[in-house]
Design a protein around this ligand. Structure first.
Ligand SMILES: *[C@@H]1O[C@H](CO)[C@@H](O)[C@H](O)[C@H]1NC(C)=O
Ligand SMILES: *[C@@H]1O[C@H](CO)[C@@H](O)[C@H](O)[C@H]1NC(C)=O
Ligand SMILES: *[C@@H]1O[C@H](CO)[C@@H](O)[C@H](O)[C@H]1NC(C)=O
Ligand SMILES: *[C@@H]1O[C@H](CO)[C@@H](O)[C@H](O)[C@H]1NC(C)=O
Ligand SMILES: *[C@@H]1O[C@H](CO)[C@@H](O)[C@H](O)[C@H]1NC(C)=O
Ligand SMILES: *[C@@H]1O[C@H](CO)[C@@H](O)[C@H](O)[C@H]1NC(C)=O
Length: 940
């Protein structure tokens, strides 16, 4: 009994002692505080940083245990600070040398902060215990200090930076880092380090080397090292260096242990080199954008470990071999943007691990194999921009339950699925542009509850939009159902789309009033529909919300009424297109608040009033087209200096009158000037040679567009477009618009001579001055207009001979000089004689292509003399001519009130002179209305 009791107490004692010891250990362990000197070092370090509001809130003087601070890792037993994990804390400022007091620090990560181009501190080189140093994308700049070469324990060094922010003179300091396993100097400028390969060759432990965008292109192959020390390299990234292949072939292809090789964005024209076939361990191979132009070599299909293959953006030709089915480890294959042709092999269905396949932008033809339906892991498929044809059915999608993204636009594919098809997938992006989806609105979309981007434009739908679709679309950020024949009205609820959304429903048959649009829509194209009614509800709806809209196209509808004065909240607008509607009234004053506007199209409405100072603050305008309206008054002088970015200025077919202001010549960027069909008078400004863009003879300007709508498949556009009249034809120009330079001042009452300065516009392609009352000679130097393709001076009073220099206009294909007073022989050149004779009718010209030969002396010198005598001569001329033609009676009515004003008198006489040759009653009618209207406006 006693024994038992003693035994029991002993047992209890043992347990108690054990527990106490255990407790002591635990307490001791949890009581380890950081070293005081290191704590102070950290506080000093923090003090010099600019830390945005309390990211390092736990780092306080009052908290004694710095081992608990965010980002700090201490040794479990000694309490020394071992690691600082301070990536992406958004701090800047300075790095205090107090860090040197952290004598045991082995891991320092300051990546993803922003030290505002300050140099990497040299003292970091004295932190000899460091094994891991990550300063990537931390905003450091300048020379990488060679002192880093003192970090003899370093295994990881990551100094990736912004483009060339860091640079080196050489890499000799690397030899001090014999344990280095991982080196990343991406985007540092190594162009001066011609020794880079030798120095890196001294790092026998290196397994990962990243030198992307290091300006290694200037590199002349150094003497070939006798052996490659870093043969243990598994990852090599030499992308974006414009390297040429010969300079790296000799060593890269000896790296038999390579698992990942990135040579993208270099200059390797020619075939994919056979040496690559030795690298059979590769799992990741990126050869995109390298200008390879062979076919895909067969040995590549035997890389059975390959998981990631990118051959995109090359000039690869030929077919995709059915051996592609052997790449059974493949997770991602990108063959996009090449010249691959032939069919998609059926064996593609074997790639059971495949998650992403991009075959877009090739010339792949034939039908889509049904084996696609077997790719049960596939998440993203791009077959867009090929020549695939035939029917795609439910079988093609049979097992694609993980599919999230499908890009398949621009093929000739037809989708045939049953009405009650429920797809196995839940897509977030679907692009089927230009497919044939049948005339019905695709009802299976109803099941796609996660859809964010949808493009089913140009797919042959002739149907109304089902009501459920508008509910579904509220989650979209991109919706394009344009270029169908979709009809019906928009719902009366506001169309709400998610953040930064794009809606393109253009070119359909939508009717009824404009929809209400929530204020986060940035791009809205409702053009080419049958929408009617007023714009006021649309514009002024929720006018207190400021709109994010940048692109608004309401053109080519049946909208009418006044344009409401609600533009104050639309200040984000960059493009506003209201063309081809029935808008009436004046442009409201608030349009002046669209200070970001670059493109304004109001062509063909019934808008009226004067421009006054309306758009004076829209100083970014590039396109200003208010043609075919009823605007009047004079052309404002401020256009010249306030709208200095203008490339297109079209005021055609309005009632503008007065002179063309010299100030317009300040528009140095102008490419298209169309003032035709107005009531302008006076002379053509001599300063036209200030149109610098037109004067330049370089037709390499890219198309100008103001938007880059990020469509899901990154297709271009929309482009700025403009209806232009060239060579007598109206044509819509868009992608080539940037190449066009034209001046059209036709159908006005411009007088005086054609200024010889016009001829300095060497980039001008079309010059139309017809239907004016221009006198004098064609400028002698007209032959300088090297780019000119079309000249129309018809129906003026030009005199003298056709300048000899005209024969050197080699691009001229359209010329109309008819109905002037030109005399003499038509200069001979293949160009002029190949034109139609009608180009020269109504003059006193001779020689081919006219049938009149020049033996009869058509040249009557006294006609010329009379013209140069000026006014008196004209009057006589007019008198006889108009008497003879019987116009005189009617015109005295007009002439009477004018007699007191000399300028008008001159004009008037010139005009009648003009008439004498034209015999045109219509012109007379117009003249009458000008005189009456313009005079009223100008208060003459
Ligand atoms: C400290 O202990 C924790 C768990 O108690 C462990 O996860 C960690 O790796 C240890 N750290 C060091 C530096 O020994
Ligand atoms: C350095 O940090 C960046 C970003 O924080 C990270 O992506 C990168 O992998 C790190 N480098 C190394 C060598 O760990
Ligand atoms: C660091 O390297 C420099 C030369 O780069 C050398 O002079 C210096 O003694 C080294 N410092 C230490 C602490 O190793
Ligand atoms: C290989 O590295 C060692 C130092 O680790 C060096 O002495 C040798 O020169 C290197 N070999 C070549 C070919 O550079
Ligand atoms: C596909 O293209 C290849 C080569 O360009 C051609 O020979 C073949 O006839 C085409 N097949 C079809 C179905 O168009
Ligand atoms: C243009 O801007 C100025 C200054 O912001 C303003 O005073 C003026 O009223 C504006 N003019 C028009 C026409 O909007």
């Amino acid at each position: 009994m006693m024994m038992k009791k003693r035994e029991g107490s002993l047992f209890r004692t043992v347990i108690a002692v054990t527990l106490t010891l255990l407790l002591c250990f635990l307490i001791a362990d949890s009581e380890i505080r950081c070293i005081e000197s290191e704590r102070r070092a950290l506080l000093n370090f923090k003090q010099d940083l600019d830390v945005p509001s309390d990211w390092l809130a736990s780092w306080t003087a009052s908290d004694v245990d710095c081992c608990d601070w965010v980002g700090v890792v201490c040794h479990n037993h000694t309490g020394h600070v071992l690691q600082l994990h301070l990536a992406s804390f958004m701090f800047g400022g300075e790095i205090n040398p107090s860090l040197l007091d952290l004598k045991h620090l082995i891991y320092l990560d300051l990546s993803g902060n922003y030290f505002n181009h300050t140099p990497i501190p040299k003292f970091l080189g004295s932190m000899g215990s460091l094994r891991y140093l990550n300063l990537s994308n931390a905003g450091f700049g300048g020379l990488i200090p060679h002192q880093l070469g003192n970090l003899s324990n370093l295994q990881y060094l990551d100094l990736e930076c912004d483009y060339y922010d860091l640079h080196v003179k050489n890499l000799q300091w690397l030899s001090g880092l014999p344990l280095l396993q991982h080196l990343d100097l991406s985007s540092a400028n190594l162009s001066q380090a011609s020794d880079w390969l030798q120095e890196i060759n001294k790092l026998p432990s290196l397994s990962e080397l990243r030198l992307s965008s290091c300006a290694l292109s200037g590199f002349i192959p150094p003497p070939i090292p006798s052996s490659i020390n870093f043969s243990s390299l598994t990852t090599l990234d030499l992308s974006s260096n414009s390297l040429d292949f010969n300079s790296i072939l000799f060593w890269v292809f000896g790296l038999q242990n390579l698992v990942s090789l990135d040579l993208s964005e270099n200059l390797f024209p020619g075939p994919i080199p056979v040496h690559l076939q030795n690298l059979t361990s590769l799992r990741h191979l990126d050869l995109s954008l390298t200008f390879f132009d062979s076919s895909i070599p067969n040995w590549l299909y035997s890389f059975s470990h390959l998981e990631f293959l990118n051959l995109g953006y090359n000039n690869l030709q030929g077919r995709i071999s059915s051996a592609i089915g052997n790449l059974t480890s493949a997770i991602s294959i990108d063959l996009s943007s090449n010249e691959l042709e032939g069919n998609v092999p059926r064996s593609i269905g074997n790639l059971s691990s495949l998650r992403s396949l991009d075959l877009g932008h090739n010339q792949i033809n034939g039908t889509l194999p049904q084996s696609f339906g077997q790719l049960s892991k596939l998440e993203s498929l791009n077959i867009g921009f090929n020549m695939l044809e035939g029917v795609v059915s439910e079988v093609h999608f049979a097992k694609l339950m993980r599919l999230k993204k499908l890009f398949a636009s621009h093929n000739r594919l037809t989708l045939k699925v049953s009405d009650n098809w429920t797809p196995p997938f839940q897509l977030n992006t679907l692009v089927l542009r230009s497919w044939n989806l049948g005339s019905k609105f695709p009802s299976w979309l109803y099941s796609q509850k996660q859809l964010l981007s949808l493009d089913i434009s140009n797919t042959g739908i002739i149907d109304a939009v089902p009501p459920w679709f508008w509910n579904l679309s509220s989650q979209f950020d991109y919706l394009n159902i344009s270029h169908n024949q979709i009809y019906g009205e928009f719902p009366h609820i506001p169309l709400i789309l998610s953040y930064l959304s794009t809606i393109d429903v253009s070119s359909n048959n939508f009717t009824g009033p404009l929809p209400c649009i929530s204020s986060n829509v940035t791009f809205l194209d409702l053009s080419n529909n049958l929408l009617s009614g007023s714009i006021s509800h649309f514009l002024c709806y929720k006018i207190n919300d400021s709109q994010s809209m940048e692109f608004l196209n309401l053109g080519n509808n049946l909208l009418s009424g006044k344009i409401s004065n609600c533009w104050m909240k639309w200040q984000s607008l960059i493009l506003l297109n209201l063309e081809n509607n029935n808008f009436t009234g004046k442009i409201p004053a608030s349009i002046g608040s669209l200070i970001n506007l670059q493109s304004l199209h109001m062509y063909n409405n019934k808008l009226s009033g004067k421009l006054l100072s309306l758009l004076k603050n829209c100083t970014d305008l590039v396109t200003f087209d208010i043609g075919k309206n009823e605007f009047d008054g004079s052309i404002p002088k401020w256009i010249g200096h306030r709208l200095s970015s203008l490339k297109i200025l079209s005021l055609r077919s309005n009632n503008f009158c007065g002179q063309i202001p010299d100030e317009l010549c300040a528009l140095a960027s102008l490419q298209i000037l169309d003032l035709s069909h107005n009531k302008l008078f006076g002379s053509i400004p001599k300063c036209v040679n200030n149109f610098i863009t037109m004067a330049r003879n370089n037709n390499s300007i890219s198309p100008f567009y103001f938007f880059y709508v990020v469509s899901p498949d990154y297709s271009d556009g929309p482009f700025e477009s403009e209806l232009l009249v060239i060579k007598g034809n109206s044509l819509e120009y868009s992608t080539t618009l940037g190449l066009v330079n034209i001046i059209d001042l036709s159908n006005n009452n411009l007088s005086g001579e054609i200024p010889k300065e016009v001829a300095s516009l060497q980039g001008l392609q079309s010059l139309n001055l017809s239907f004016n009352i221009l006198t004098g000679r064609i400028p002698e130097n007209i032959g300088d207009m090297r780019s000119i393709e079309s000249i129309d001076f018809s129906i003026n009073q030009l005199s003298g001979q056709i300048p000899q220099s005209m024969s050197s206009l080699t691009f001229l294909s359209h010329l109309n000089l008819s109905n002037n007073n030109l005399i003499g022989r038509i200069p001979s050149s293949t160009q002029l004689q190949s034109l139609s004779a009608s180009s020269f009718f109504g003059n006193k010209l001779c020689g081919p292509p006219l049938t009149e030969n020049c033996t009869i002396n058509y040249v009557k010198p006294n006609i010329e003399n009379k013209r140069s005598k000026g006014f008196g001569g004209h009057m006589v001329d007019w008198f006889f001519v108009s008497m003879a033609l019987g116009f005189v009676v009617g015109f005295w009515v007009v002439l009477g009130p004018l007699l007191w004003n000399k300028q008008w008198r001159i004009l008037y006489f010139q005009f009648l002179d003009h008439l004498g040759y034209k015999l045109s009653g219509v012109v007379a009618q117009i003249w009458y209305s000008i005189v009456s209207k313009c005079c009223k406006i100008l208060n003459i």
